[in-house]
Design a protein around this ligand. Sequence first.
Ligand SMILES: Nc1ncnc2c1ncn2[C@@H]1O[C@H](COP(=O)(O)OP(=O)(O)O)[C@@H](O)[C@H]1O
Ligand SMILES: [Mg+2]
Length: 256
Amino acid sequence: MLEVTNITKSFDKDGARQVVLSDLSLEIGAREFVCLLGPSGCGKSTLLRIMAGLDQAEAGTVHLDDRLVKEPQPKCAFVFQDYALFPWKTVLENAVYGMDVQGMYDKTTRVEKAREYLKLMHLENYENSYIHELSGGMRQRTAIARSLALEPEILFMDEPFGALDNFTRMELQELLLDIYRKNKLSVVFVTHDISEAIYLGDRVVVMNAHPGTIHSILEINRGLVADRTSEDFHLYEDRIMQAFQLVRKQEIEYYI
Ligand SMILES: Nc1ncnc2c1ncn2[C@@H]1O[C@H](COP(=O)(O)OP(=O)(O)O)[C@@H](O)[C@H]1O
Ligand SMILES: [Mg+2]
């Protein structure tokens, strides 16, 4: 279990200190899918980076299974919006890369694992392709395969489908849910897309900006949202919209 307790983080902006996250606490359960939802600039990426040990908070703590997180943990993997792949390497070489860096397994096992997860991502026929030959969706599937091959307990994803068209995006959401159900992992997923958060999350954490705090947390009944066109899906959307109207109001008050 991941436990974020009383996190505060600020950056220097135009010579002044800007508090980005303020006294924020959150727990992510084992095998839970949590979406962090909020307007651009509210601190979602900052929070995710701190959770993943990629960045440090100035106050507060992050614990993973009772161990203090100060640096990236072997049990965790990260997927970014911009793929972060090597264009001069093939799909297979990219998929092996994360395991290489972490010194996991011997070479044969690394290739086996990479192939296993590329297959899950429907990329088994593309392992010798170069990244520039792939569509955006295929690139992101390569990046996800690379992260899954690490067999993480927690997968951190920062707007991973943000650059994709709607259809590809829905396809990848379904694929991700499939994998989430089959593998024993937790997912912390950052998005500013309300319906994406509802479709994917067990819980949706709605964030406030200036400074970033948690506005509200919505539990999603997966059985009710499997059909994106259902009445229940729209009811969830309405509830989150209402929360955002409050967030927006606070934003406007902040700027005037
Ligand atoms: N490394 C950094 N240095 C300075 N300011 C930063 C840095 N990272 C984020 N910020 C600022 O923190 C705020 C929140 O950023 P971010 O976490 O990226 O928001 P989000 O992911 O919700 O869009 C923004 O105002 C951004 O400019
Ligand atoms: Mg961000």
